[in-house]
Design a protein around this ligand. Structure first.
Ligand SMILES: Cc1cc2nc3c(=O)[nH]c(=O)nc-3n(C[C@H](O)[C@H](O)[C@H](O)COP(=O)(O)O)c2cc1C
Length: 292
């Protein structure tokens, strides 16, 4: 890179509030959060600062909002909300942008809403305090605010923004997308992008390109790879790190197959923790069965 090209020089960008969109570039998708107001009306708020927070054992989500939003008031009161994820649609983006304009009471927003709201199909998740969900979404996370853990954590509790720590109770995925989660199909949802509020008068969005897949480079099956792969195969069965280390010699091409075999055996015997001892037991049984 030629260092005499001024365009290639790094320069400091002034640190401002909401720095992710006022001092830098940050592109990501966003969630449409449904929550219920005091009159029992479901409303929709778009939130870009909205990310997976805990991903192993606990399933949680973090939303960062201005503290005076409808969503914050509703979720703090009812503890319930749903994170709705919709595919890119140029016309719907205009509605989403309008939803993002602060200070509109939910009834005002719902008057121009072009999304279709329906009751949740989850038993016990409709009726008082429970938000409706967006029928147009490709997936929905149904959440409860973790008031106790927010109170215990000074960063979350004392922040000048509202940090909503949400426990994800249900992940709902449209039937047509469910089979695509493992990447075996040839489609991904067309996830819309936003780059946020810029320059005082514009809000930036991005049109997604179709997703494509690449094979993971084979750098050998080290125990971290084994551990990650093994622990996402089943809801309950967990491989200890030691068990993953014991399996780290398996060639990458056979790894998934071997791990699935172990999970099948564990399930058959109601074993929820795969340890080196359990692997040895399986090996012993296999060599006995082979007459070895
Ligand atoms: C695409 C998009 C993303 C947004 N992301 C955020 C965000 O992460 N945090 C936030 O406080 N406001 C965000 N806003 C602005 C809020 O949507 C705005 O405060 C709105 O009033 C929230 O609706 P509510 O008051 O009904 O909750 C976003 C707006 C748009 C259009």
């Amino acid at each position: 890179m030629p260092d005499d090209n001024p365009a290639e020089r790094f320069v400091a960008s002034p640190m401002r509030d909401n720095w992710y969109q006022s001092s830098s570039f940050y592109g990501s998708s966003f969630a449409l959060i449904t929550s219920v107001n005091e009159e029992g009306l479901t409303s929709i708020g778009p939130y870009q600062l909205s990310f997976p927070f805990e991903v192993i054992k606990r399933r949680s989500w973090m939303v960062i909002s201005r503290p005076s939003s409808n969503t914050v008031a509703n979720v703090r009161r009812t503890r319930k909300c749903a994170l709705n994820f919709v595919e890119y649609d140029r016309e719907q983006i205009e509605t989403i942008l309008k939803f993002g304009y602060p200070g509109q009471p939910p009834a005002e927003k719902m008057a121009y809403n072009t999304f279709h709201l329906v009751d949740s199909p989850t038993p016990g998740r409709s009726g008082e305090g429970f938000p409706q969900i967006i029928a147009d979404a490709f997936q929905v996370f149904e959440c409860t605010l973790d008031v106790e853990r927010i109170e215990e954590n000074p960063i979350l509790r004392d922040s000048t923004s509202a940090h909503l720590l949400l426990n994800i109770e249900n992940i709902l995925v449209k039937e047509q997308w469910k089979g695509m989660i493992d990447g075996s199909g040839d489609r991904m949802p067309r996830v819309p992008l936003t780059y946020g509020f810029r320059g005082g008068s514009t809000f930036w969005f991005g049109e997604p390109q179709p997703a494509y897949k690449l094979p993971i480079p084979d750098l050998g099956a080290n125990h971290e790879v084994v551990h990650y792969e093994a622990n996402r195969l089943d809801d309950e069965i967990r491989f200890t790190l030691e068990a993953s280390k014991a399996l780290s010699g398996i060639p990458r091409a056979f790894l998934r197959q071997v791990l699935e075999g172990i999970v099948r055996q564990a399930r058959k015997r109601s074993v929820v923790e795969v340890t080196p001892e359990f692997l040895e037991q399986l090996n012993r049984e296999r060599s006995q069965a082979q007459g070895g």
